[in-house]
Design a protein around this ligand. Structure first.
Ligand SMILES: *Cc1c(COP(=O)(O)O)cnc(C)c1O
Length: 234
């Protein structure tokens, strides 16, 4: 299958999952995860209507963003894609991320958000961020626990140039459907709870190639799909 066919297949899966869970299709966005695929793959996906891309590594992502945006400017394209940073973020890279990306999904401490906030240029508008939650409890993983989330949420809300959108999770790869559902549901409950406390969080970044249907049935608003769009990574 070429990228066009794969994109069509992924969009069909999302639509079917939205329908069978009585969700609005317009409430679910597809981030095409292009890590380790060159700019030519991104351009191909763009030509087939994909406008949001996710990158995991700062240097690789920034280089591709510059290449793709330069190309699009040169051909006078009216659409510029949106770029989501979805990888682990170190504070010395915060400036690069704040100046190139539109979203960061992997915020897990106030220090990094402060750096993103002070590096963000006013002209670009606020940087959208999600807090990464470690729902699986694995020690090696990034992200904070559910119980640590409310205080980080309240601290982030005071920062200028940052718009807190919600939560992201990356579940353990070898888990059962039941525990996957449980992890995703905890994120939904956290978001709902904070919204009844007066916040306005509208985003749950959860679901990948293998489990986007499960994530959508548990309230996902952003699915991050790599393999099913671009093929196996080498
Ligand atoms: C690579 C990656 C994805 C995409 O995974 P696929 O299984 O290829 O769809 C999604 N989210 C994060 C954080 C990733 O690193």
């Amino acid at each position: 299958m070429c990228i066009e066919e794969k994109l069509i297949a992924v969009r069909k899966r999302i639509k079917k999952a939205a329908l069978s869970n009585k969700r609005n299709l317009s409430d679910i966005e597809l981030v095409a995860v292009s890590k380790r695929f060159g700019p030519e793959f991104i351009i191909r996906a763009l030509n087939h209507g994909q406008k949001i891309f996710g990158e995991n590594y700062v240097q690789e992502g920034v280089k591709k963003i510059e290449t793709v945006n330069n190309y699009l400017t040169k051909i006078r394209s009216s659409i510029l894609p949106k770029w989501h940073f979805i990888g682990p973020l170190q504070s010395n890279k915060a400036k690069l991320v704040a100046s190139h990306f539109d979203w960061v999904h992997t915020v897990d401490r106030i220090k990094i958000v402060e750096k993103l906030s002070s590096a963000r240029e006013n002209a670009k508008g606020p940087l959208n961020v999600c807090i990464q939650i470690n729902t699986s409890g694995e020690k090696t993983k990034h992200g904070i626990s559910l119980s640590e989330a409310p205080s980080l949420v309240s601290n982030i809300c005071d920062l200028p140039k940052i718009k807190l959108r919600g939560f992201m999770t990356l579940p353990s790869p070898n888990t059962t459907e039941d525990s996957l559902r449980k992890e995703y549901r905890q994120l939904l409950e956290l978001k709902n709870k904070l919204n009844t406390d007066g916040y306005f969080l509208d985003t749950l970044s959860m679901g990948m190639s293998r489990d986007l249907e499960i994530a959508i049935s548990e309230g996902s608003t952003i699915v991050r799909v790599g393999t099913a769009v671009f093929g196996e990574r080498i």
